[in-house]
Design a protein around this ligand. Structure first.
Ligand code: ADP
Ligand code: MG
Length: 335
């Protein structure tokens, strides 16, 4: 038997800045304490990749030179195959996947799976390279032209800090999370639907807007509103104003100004709902219910939208539901 390996990669929650990553904008995600562990041993390349998951009935068995990751069965094997396809591992691997994350709920179990698999299979490179590999794997596996936020947050996580990410420069700046607050993720109960096709349309709209007014990273509100097509103008307005809200939120968090941070979260939700049209009545109602709850400073949908989760900034113990998450270290080998 070959060398024993254990790799862990965290999930993430995005505090603010959604649908900005693929538009070259800003976001403030953080890696969380929940994540995916891959444990096993390296084998001969000829033995291929063999993984079981405690959360899936069927194992994944793949050759190390897998040709078409999108065609792999069972479906969870596509994420593994995407990584194998990008990494071209020189060894085989036999092991097991376990997860403390809710799967398919918007805390990025998929990115966490990709990064844990990549580390277990021998990835050697920087956190940013790990994130880039995971993003390519995710795109190949899911067929969705997703941005890099999930993988970057999982790769670059730091205990006690959220990550202010600029997706044009790829700069990652840690922002301390005050310890007298709680960050709570509440599932809306609505599964994410239509996320794939609508996501592609939103991304294409942002690219069309940028072709008219230049990169949305540097565009002003006036630039966005100069676009004749009202739908494209609204999409651009979301990205431009969301970038400003990410900066305002990071400054408010640093200053401990929870009212200002919370206000930016509510404005972000409204922008995602009205200008970007990725919210749902269920998500809107959940944000309003949380807003009316004492001790809640802010709440917004988090992730791609169309169902899934809301993230709230609260006084400790204000909510008796959801997952209380803590800013945590990034993907790593060996614990
Ligand atoms: P999210 O990333 O928000 O949890 P996704 O729909 O992007 O939701 O990814 C969920 C998919 O990732 C699952 O359907 C499954 O294919 C795969 N996955 C995630 N975690 C695991 C795991 N522990 N074991 C097997 N497959 C997993
Ligand atoms: Mg995912």
């Amino acid at each position: 038997m070959g060398e024993r390996v254990r790799a862990f990669a965290p999930g993430r929650v995005n505090l603010i800045g959604d649908h900005t990553d693929y538009a070259g904008g800003l976001a403030l995600p953080m890696a969380i304490q929940l994540g995916t562990t891959v444990e096993g041993h390296r084998t001969d390349a000829a033995a291929g990749i063999r993984l079981t998951s405690a959360d899936q009935p069927d194992p994944v068995v793949l050759p190390v030179d897998v040709a078409d990751p999108a065609a792999v069965a069972p479906p969870w094997g596509r994420y593994v195959a995407g990584v194998v396809h990008e990494l071209r591992p020189v060894h085989g691997f036999e092991g097991a996947v376990t997860s403390t994350l809710p799967i398919g709920s918007g805390l990025s179990s998929s990115a966490s799976l990709e990064l844990a698999v990549a580390l277990a299979l021998g990835f050697a490179g920087s956190p940013r390279e790990l994130a880039e590999l995971g993003q390519r794997a995710e795109q190949v596996a899911s067929g969705v032209p997703c941005g890099i936020m999930d993988q970057l947050a999982s790769a670059c996580g730091e205990a006690g800090r959220a990550l202010l990410v600029d997706f044009t420069t790829m700069a990652v700046e840690p922002v301390p999370v005050p310890d007298h607050i709680e960050i709570v993720v509440v599932h809306s109960g609505q599964p994410r639907e239509l996320a794939g096709s609508a996501y592609g349309e939103r991304r294409a709209s942002c690219e069309a807007a940028a072709a008219l007014i230049g990169p949305l990273h540097d565009a002003t509100l006036e630039d966005a509103e100069s676009i004749a097509d009202p739908r494209l103008a609204a999409r651009a307005r979301h990205v431009v104003t969301e970038n400003a809200r990410v900066r305002a939120f990071a400054a408010a968090l640093t200053a401990g100004d929870l009212a200002a941070a919370g206000a930016a979260m509510y404005e972000s939700h409204a922008s995602l709902a009205v200008d970007f049209e990725v919210s749902t009545p269920v998500l809107d109602a959940l944000v309003e219910r949380l807003r009316a709850t004492p001790g809640v400073h802010g709440a917004r949908l988090t992730g791609a939208g169309f169902g899934g989760c809301v993230v709230a900034l609260t006084d400790p113990g204000a909510l008796r539901e959801g997952w209380v998450v803590h800013a945590s270290a990034g993907a790593r080998l060996g614990d």
